[in-house]
Write a new protein. Structure first.
Lengths: 330, 330
């Protein structure tokens, strides 16, 4: 089997190396013989793609590499496209993708790191850290006390890999965890699991709300201005999904009015925001630069382990565990 | 038995009420009959102290209430002084305290809350949150990635109630926890426990250092400029003890030089610091206003439960579990 790994052109942190590939192979014995090629530039891509059966690539390169209708000519032997992102919204719409090719996301790389970031953000919001940061800027010492977070209600919208990692940590701290997801399957780390359609009924009880759903046409503006108004006064938000999943201007307005008690966001619109954007200095808002779920030290190893797991399924004619449904977008 | 509860004069948040007293009694059946009085002013204190056998009071009132040599005249029947603080440094030196009177601290009220604050601070430091706060002030989006905190080494100086609570949480996140304490008793939530004398040898391996020891003459300036220099480059600090336990100016210098990778402090010198103090704007420093260990919602209940536990020991002629050794100061 011929595999081509197309690395990012300008981000050596995430460049998958031949040593990492060999290490991953040694963790997954029994796979068929594989020829692997690596490239980070256009010439390397062009040289390898004609023979490749499996492509591992950065998500945001996909639409530019494969204009609509062009893929069968460019990559006639391709069967699997594996990506290094959990969220495939940069590759949507999927009009460039023939039905015969399996598109894989990288779900599973992020759970532990996202769980740590998520519980940190929840504890920061509960402990009034955004207010203390505002006070620190002014040289002001005004205590605001907080109890332990035990018993507080957190609603997690999207309990896949990211949200599930957060649910697990939140339970360790005794929070009451309410998962919201597509469908009705209960999640083992949630005290309650509800379908997306129940969101409007759940919002008034959400002391904490975490967004960890994929960005699709169904989740764009999911946390709209109207839904923000349904949250209880003082509610606190964490966005680890994508900027367009909430109405960012409405969030900033609600922080300024005092309706919301604080927010931590790892994603913005636009991303990055210009230096003069109001998001930087809205009281109660903590901005981090899209770092919540990437465990750099372990990222490539986990990415390759997930690829190997899918290649094993391919060998055995089982459904590929990371295959994305282009109609749903995840 | 006559108990007097002297509440703070000006802090209704921490005023112990008769309802809280009755609730605590109902949680501790079998104690002897008790007469209880409450006051928050000098007149109430003067009216009750002559008959009181047990006094529950705020620590910082003690030296003013009982000038050296005056206690036997003011409170001839007093046997126990219970305080609402874990750290009794505001009452030191203890030259005003007759040997016959048991002085109790409030050790045990703070463990859960301190554990939450401590792990939040460690995760913030690990995730580069102090740098992101500096960047946010400038409107700057520069990602710095962090792996999970698993396997990182944290040294906790003082594994009593506060430090023990942090050790327990740090272990849940897979950190390697090194406790430093008076004596050689191993701590159940530490991977290693070392006596204070070993500190100089331990510092070069401390990726994270947490101060949770009492302030005594032995711990004043414990983290001196010389010891800060022994820490590895990029080490990160958390101070939940007292400001004078570290050399604050040396910490700020080491943040500015880049030797330290960040710090979260809940205590300062002086406390509070004036608005123009450099601590507010030193890069990498996060200041919180002495809120790390006080769980306001549960504080009074836990304080009374600890008092009841000690009164039960008094009734049974057992050693009082919260009795302080004035020679050691804790």
């Amino acid at each position: 089997m011929r595999i081509h790994i197309q690395n990012p052109p300008d981000d050596p942190h995430f460049e998958i190396t031949e040593a990492q590939w060999r290490a991953a192979l040694s963790r997954s014995p029994g796979l068929p013989e594989m020829d692997v090629s690596f490239a980070r530039d256009d010439a390397g891509f062009a040289a390898a793609i004609g023979e490749a059966e499996v492509l591992l690539t950065w998500t945001r390169q996909l639409r530019a590499r494969f204009p609509k209708g062009a893929l069968p000519g460019i990559a006639p032997r391709l069967r699997v496209i594996a990506t290094t992102s959990a969220g495939l919204d940069p590759a949507a719409p999927f009009d460039w993708l023939p039905d015969s090719i399996a598109l894989l996301n990288n779900r599973g790389t992020h759970a532990d790191k996202a769980g740590e970031f998520g519980i940190m953000a929840l504890l920061m919001l509960h402990t009034h850290m955004p207010a203390f940061a505002d006070q620190q800027r002014r040289g002001e010492w005004t205590p605001h006390f907080a109890s332990t977070i035990e018993g507080r209600r957190v609603v997690i919208v999207g309990v896949g890999s990211l949200g599930g990692g957060i649910a697990r940590r939140a339970r360790q701290f005794g929070m009451h965890v309410i998962g919201v997801r597509h469908g009705r399957d209960p999640h083992p780390d949630c005290d309650e699991t509800h379908p997306n359609e129940a969101l409007d009924q759940i919002l008034p009880g959400a002391e904490f709300l975490v967004l960890t759903c994929p960005l699709t046409e169904r989740t764009r503006n999911l946390l709209s201005r109207e839904r923000i108004a349904r949250l209880p006064p003082g509610a606190r938000l964490v966005n680890m999904a994508r900027g367009p999943v909430w109405d960012q201007e409405a969030v900033l307005d609600a922080l300024e009015s005092g309706h919301l008690g604080g927010a931590v966001t790892d994603v913005t619109v636009p991303e990055p925001p210009p230096a003069e954007h109001r998001i930087w200095h809205t009281p109660g808002m903590v901005v981090t630069p899209h770092v919540s779920s990437d465990d750099r030290a372990r990222y490539n190893d986990r990415t390759l382990d997930i690829l190997m797991e899918n290649l094993r399924a391919l060998r055995d004619n089982r459904p590929l565990p990371n295959r994305v449904d282009p109609a749903k977008g995840y």
